[in-house]
Design a binder for this molecule. Structure first.
Ligand SMILES: [Zn+2]
Ligand SMILES: [Zn+2]
Length: 346
C-alpha cells in the first residue's frame, strides 16, 4: 500500500510503498477514505511522543470502509462504513470496565502506538469495542473530522465541563478543537467567548456561535477582558490550544468554583506550566483533563449531528491529497489555515 512514512523525527516524510496490513484476531483493517491532519501528528513527527517508534506512519483521525476482519470480531463485517475515536481501548482493563475507555490502561492509538492513517489502509485493535458505524448521510471527510478534535471537545464541554444552558464558557484557541468546542457549547445554550490571535479564526468562531471574540494580541490582559464581558468570570474555560500562556489565562478567567478543562496537548518544554494554585485554592477551582471520548458516547453526539444542532461539516477546511499531506504536516506550526484539513485523495 501507499503510505506517508518518516524515518527520522523532524525530517520530511516520504510517500513509500509498504506492506499491506493484516488484521489481528480481534481487529480489522480499514480502507482509509479520509484522514484529518492534526497538531498531534505534528507533535509526533517532531519527536514529542515517546510511544512512536521509527519508521512511522502518522494519522489518527479517519473514516473508511472495513477491508478485512479478524476471526474474533462479532459486530462488524467487510464493507461497513466506520470511524473510531483516536484512543482504541482494550475493553478488559479496570478503566474500560468502569466505562472510561478514553483512558484505557492498554490503549492503542493508530498514528502513535502503531502505524496510522496517512496511508491506504490502517489497522484497528479490539474492533468490537472501538468501531463506530457511520450514519448513512455522513460523508467520510466529515466523519474523519470527528475522531480526535470534535469528540475530545464534546467530552470536554459536555461530560467533563458539564456545561449547561446560560453558563459562560471561554475557549482559548480557535483551531479544530476550539471551533468544535465553541459549536458544541453554543448548541447546548452556553454563552461562549472565543480567544485567538488571528482575525480570520475569530470570524469563523463568531460564525459558529461565539457570543464575543477576543484577539489576545489586542488586549493587555485576556483574563481581565473576559471578566469584564462576563462581570466576574466564566463558569467553564477550555485551553483548546495547549500552551502555558493559554492554560494559565484560562484558569485566571474563571469565576469562583469554575472549571478549567485542558484539551490542547502540553508537551515537551510546555509539559509543566506554572499553574496559579493560589487561585485554585482561594476560588475552589477545578482543573480537569479531557482525552478523547469512548466509542459508545458517539451515539449522543451523532444524534445531535443528525438533528442539525451540531454541524461538524462547517469545520472542514481544505481537502488535499496524500502527497500534499506531507507539507500540511510539516508546516503545521507555521502555516495553519482555518478549519480542519482532510486528506481525501490517496
Ligand atoms: Zn488529532
Ligand atoms: Zn482497557
Amino acid at each position: 500500500m501507499k503510505a506517508v512514512v518518516y524515518e527520522q523525527f523532524a525530517k520530511a516524510p516520504k510517500i513509500m510503498s509498504v506492506q499491506d496490513p493484516t488484521p489481528e484476531a480481534h481487529g480489522v483493517v480499514i480502507k482509509v477514505e479520509a484522514t484529518g491532519v492534526c497538531r498531534s501528528d505534528w507533535h509526533g513527527w517532531m519527536g514529542h511522543d515517546p510511544d512512536i517508534e521509527l519508521p512511522h506512519v502518522p494519522g489518527h483521525e479517519f473514516a473508511g470502509v472495513i477491508e478485512a476482519v479478524g476471526k474474533d470480531v462479532k459486530s462488524f463485517k467487510v464493507g461497513d462504513r466506520v470511524t473510531v475515536p483516536f484512543v482504541s481501548a482494550c475493553g478488559a482493563c479496570p478503566e474500560c470496565h468502569g466505562g472510561n475507555h478514553q483512558v484505557c490502561g492498554n490503549q492503542t492509538q493508530p498514528g502513535f502506538t502503531h502505524w496510522g492513517s496517512f496511508a491506504e489502509y490502517v489497522t484497528i485493535h479490539h474492533a468490537d469495542v472501538n468501531l463506530v458505524t457511520l450514519p448513512e448521510a455522513m460523508d467520510f471527510a466529515t466523519a474523519a473530522s470527528l475522531g480526535c478534535r470534535f469528540v475530545t471537545s464534546f467530552r470536554a464541554v459536555v461530560d467533563q465541563g458539564k456545561v449547561s444552558a446560560g453558563q459562560w464558557v471561554a475557549v482559548y484557541g480557535c483551531g479544530g478543537v476550539g471551533l468544535s468546542a465553541i459549536m458544541i457549547a453554543n448548541s447546548i445554550g452556553a454563552n461562549v467567548i472565543a480567544v485567538d490571535v488571528t482575525e480570520d479564526k475569530l470570524a469563523l468562531a463568531k460564525s459558529l456561535g461565539a457570543y464575543a471574540t477576543i484577539n489576545a494580541l489586542q488586549v493587555p490582559d485576556v483574563a481581565e477582558a473576559i471578566k469584564e464581558i462576563t462581570r466576574g468570570g466564566v463558569h467553564v474555560s477550555l485551553d483548546a490550544l495547549g500552551h502555558p500562556t493559554t492554560c494559565i489565562n484560562s484558569i485566571k478567567s474563571l469565576k469562583k468554583l469554575g472549571k478549567h478543562v485542558q484539551v490542547g496537548l502540553l508537551l515537551a518544554d510546555h509539559a509543566t506550566p506554572p499553574i496559579p494554585m493560589n487561585l485554585v485554592i482561594a476560588h475552589e477551582l477545578e482543573i480537569i483533563g479531557s482525552h478523547g471520548m469512548q466509542a459508545f458516547r458517539y451515539d449522543a453526539m451523532l444524534a445531535m449531528i443528525k438533528s442539525g444542532k451540531l454541524r461538524p461539516d462547517k469545520l472542514l477546511g481544505r481537502t488535499i491529497s496524500l502527497e500534499e499531506s506531507i507539507a500540511a504536516l510539516t508546516t503545521m506550526d507555521t502555516h495553519n489555515p482555518p478549519g480542519v484539513t482532510v486528506v481525501t485523495h490517496f
